[in-house]
Design a protein around this ligand. Structure first.
Ligand SMILES: [Cu+2]
Length: 65
């Protein structure tokens, strides 16, 4: 289980967008996003780099904390 900070989420739509973006990355599964904590947790089901995660999060308008 890994935890990342995601900056910029304001509502359930943001949570949904971040959840989907992370779920769509190969090597990531079981994503849970917490709006109040500004955190996402996930399981690593394969090799995935922080750069890949950062890129996908930025694409949809958020930043890693
Ligand atoms: Cu939102």
């Amino acid at each position: 289980m890994a935890t990342i900070k995601v900056i910029g989420m304001r509502c359930g739509h943001c949570v949904g967008a971040v959840t989907k973006a992370l779920e769509d990355i190969d090597g990531i599964g079981n994503v849970k996003v917490d709006l109040e904590k500004a955190e996402a947790t996930y399981e690593e089901t394969g090799q995935v780099s922080t750069e890949t995660i950062e890129e996908e999060i930025k694409k949809i308008g958020f930043e890693l904390g």
